[in-house]
Design a protein around this ligand. Structure first.
Ligand code: IVH
Length: 678
């Protein structure tokens, strides 16, 4: 079971990075934003459900800011929410929280809010005046859309009794009836109609003319704060909503404080019942730990808070016809079947591709080309075939049999017994894999080479100009050939050479990410960079780690979130001589900056710390996370190099060994008082 999930996750990850590249780098998306979201949500759902599989949380939040607007860095990142699709997911979420906080019997108070399907925005008030408004963008940088936002009547332009500086965050949305009126008008006047109220809202705010924004009837619900100049001593989310409404903001309706899963289930049923009667779209419910003190302790995992979850709402299935099944080969050889269906509208969005996950899934559901199938977006999010309408099956629809040969290089593929994903193992010569690797290497989050997108890479590959990573940095040698190609004048060739030159310096974590190693996305690359500091060290440690009886192997598997299977992928990657040779050559053309991460200075900074025993008021995960934040290196074994040992209840052998070595011992009470002051 876990192997199936793992394989699905691997394939989803590959798709996400491919479509990120197509959308952000090439501006040539192959799938709609909606379909992209569906893939991401399935990925998020699975990593939420199976945190132990060691897959990283995605780094990207939302869309990269558009170049139409000034790009502004958020003072505090605007985060995303993890999704839950069933009561079980919510139960797991509550249990995870309790485990993290080390709470067994007490109940935790949650606040439930509807998840408004709109456009999130951060509003900055200085000395009471609304001075700027920034969209979420990618969570780190957003678009400055102040002039447009100033036209929205629902948003107070001034707040009284507020602090000197405050960021109010929430959702801009359009009422369903205003959306229908707008679309009727647009249809009549031959303008493209909007697919749903959210698109209409985004389209109204993310365009350059404030007059257009002013004409659209937009509304705003405030639900959280960003940066604030003064501590307001608000104890929980409930009181924050009261404060926001005192300042003149509308806040989400139908909120409820609950204490346990049964009450959440009741709230969910209630909201499902009233959903259609609401005049605005909601795409889920948000459950947040109410207490700010507990929220602070729970903190964040990558780009989503540990203290909140979005419970997606269900949707009904829609019938369509499966026209074809195509196989896609990813960067790491994973072969993914994709269903091409007759275009169909689900809840305002057109769907023509569906995820078929893998061949076992096709077999399990007995899906055949030509079948009438039901497509569902579970929780309004995932497009997948939930079943076949057997009564409509024609006798000529034969069982689907996946080819056992790679659709790109024709070499035999391999599907390990307990795995669901078939792979092309020809990592050295399979054209599809190599091209995908090169595309990934040049993509925005990797080397970020402007002008070297899918189209150009495919062309240069065909012309033998780029066959591996190092060729990219020697492209200048072939300047004359490129110059003579259709679509490449002198200017664009020079621009390309310049952007390649500009990318010769790269941070260590981005470099690792660029290599396209299986399961090494941006977060894992950061973890590795942080741990190994520079490439030479990493390489020599990985070569040693091929022997599992070494400290190097122990160190690798002990890195937070890495674990044995990712370690295996890394070790295998670095075993490949051809890849290593290419990397060696590549290193002669580029400069890798060592990794530097901002840390809170403390007595643990750059110290080796061991944790032993169990704690009363916090979990080991929380202790470890706080230590990492303070710049400590948390290690599993006591050695002569260990600086501190944090001791909980029933400590065991490690304490004894630390005492013998004269290592500084810190007990739970001391440790908690240190982290309280963080
Ligand atoms: S809380 C740390 N509450 O959903 C994240 N978000 O998928 C704080 N959203 O980016 C968000 N209604 O744009 C929160 N009642 C609500 C919401 C809500 C809609 C949006 C928001 C967020 C996205 C995450």
């Amino acid at each position: 079971m876990n192997q199936d999930i793992k394989n699905e996750l691997i394939s989803l990850k590959e798709k996400i990075s491919l479509h990120d590249k197509l959308y952000h780098h090439d501006d040539q998306p192959l799938i709609s934003d909606y379909e992209y979201d569906q893939i991401c949500s399935r990925y998020d759902e699975l990593i939420n459900l199976y945190p132990d599989l060691g897959f990283e949380v995605r780094d990207n939040v939302g869309f990269k800011p558009s170049e139409k607007f000034k790009k502004v860095k958020h003072k505090k990142p605007m985060l995303s929410l993890n999704n839950g699709f069933s009561n079980q997911h919510i139960e797991d979420f509550i249990n995870r929280i309790k485990k993290f906080l080390n709470i067994n019997n007490e109940e935790i108070e949650f606040i439930c809010e509807p998840k408004i399907d709109g456009l999130s925005i951060s509003l900055i008030y200085e000395k009471g005046n609304l001075t700027s408004a920034i969209t979420r963008g990618d969570g780190e940088f957003g678009e400055l859309v102040t002039n447009n936002i100033l036209t929205i009547r629902d948003i107070p332009k001034k707040i009284t009794k507020g602090p000197d500086f405050v960021e109010i965050r929430g959702e801009i949305f359009m009422f369903k009836d205003d959306f229908l009126t707008l679309n009727k008008y647009r249809d009549k006047n031959n303008f493209k109609i909007f697919a749903n109220p959210r698109n209409a809202t985004a389209g109204s705010v993310r365009q350059k003319d404030p007059k257009i924004t002013a004409e659209r009837k937009l509304n705003f619900f405030a639900y959280t704060l960003g940066e604030i100049s003064q501590d307001f001593k608000i104890i929980d989310q409930y009181n924050l909503l009261l404060l926001l409404s005192n300042w003149g903001f509308k806040t989400p309706k139908h909120i409820k404080i609950i204490n346990n899963l049964n009450q959440i289930k009741d709230y969910y049923k209630y909201m499902i019942n009233i959903r259609d009667n609401l005049n605005y779209e909601i795409d889920g419910l948000v459950y947040k730990v109410n207490s700010f003190n507990l929220q602070d302790r729970l903190g964040y995992m990558s780009r989503a808070p540990r203290w909140a979850i979005a419970h997606k709402l269900p949707s009904k299935g829609v019938e369509t016809i499966l026209n074809d099944i195509n196989l896609q080969v990813g960067r790491t050889g994973a072969i993914t079947p994709v269903g091409r269906v007759k275009k169909v509208n689900i809840g305002g969005v057109f769907v023509s591709n569906v995820t078929l996950h893998n061949e076992d899934e096709i077999k399990r559901k007995d899906i055949r080309i030509g079948d009438t199938v039901i497509i569902e977006r579970a929780g309004d999010v995932i497009p997948q075939i939930t079943g076949v309408v057997m009564e409509k099956r024609s006798k000529s629809n034969i069982s689907y049999k996946i080819s056992e040969f790679c659709p790109s290089c024709g070499s035999p593929t391999f599907k390990p017994k307990n795995e669901a994903v078939r792979r092309c193992l020809n990592s050295v010569n399979c054209k599809a894999q190599l091209i995908e690797k090169l595309i990934h290497f040049c993509s925005k989050s990797a080397f970020n080479i402007d002008g070297l997108g899918e189209k150009q890479i495919k062309l240069f590959y065909k012309l033998n100009l780029i066959k591996n990573f190092s060729d990219i940095f020697q492209l200048e040698k072939n300047k004359n050939i490129i110059n003579s190609l259709e679509g490449f004048g002198k200017v664009s060739t020079n621009n390309l050479i310049n952007s390649i030159d500009k990318s010769r310096e790269i941070s260590f974590d981005k470099f690792l990410y660029s290599l396209g190693i299986r399961r090494i996305g941006e977060s894992n690359a950061k973890l590795l960079a942080e741990h190994y500091k520079d490439f030479e060290n990493l390489k020599s440690q990985f070569l040693k780690a091929a022997n599992k009886n070494t400290n190097s192997y122990d160190n690798l598997v002990n890195i937070d979130q890495i674990g044995e299977s990712i370690a295996e992928d890394l070790i295998n990657f670095f075993k490949n001589k051809e890849i290593l040779d290419d990397i060696e050559l590549l290193l002669t053309h580029i400069k890798i900056e060592s990794y530097f991460k901002k840390k809170i200075n403390s007595l643990f900074t750059d110290r080796k710390v061991v944790i032993t025993g169990s704690f009363k008021d916090l979990s080991r995960d929380e202790a470890k996370e706080k230590l990492n934040l303070m710049g400590a290196q948390v290690v599993s074994q006591v050695s002569n190099n260990t600086d501190f040992i944090i001791v909980g209840d029933k400590p065991g052998k490690k304490l004894k060994s630390a005492q013998e070595k004269g290592i500084k011992i810190i007990n739970e009470i001391e440790f908690v008082s240190i982290i309280k002051n963080l």
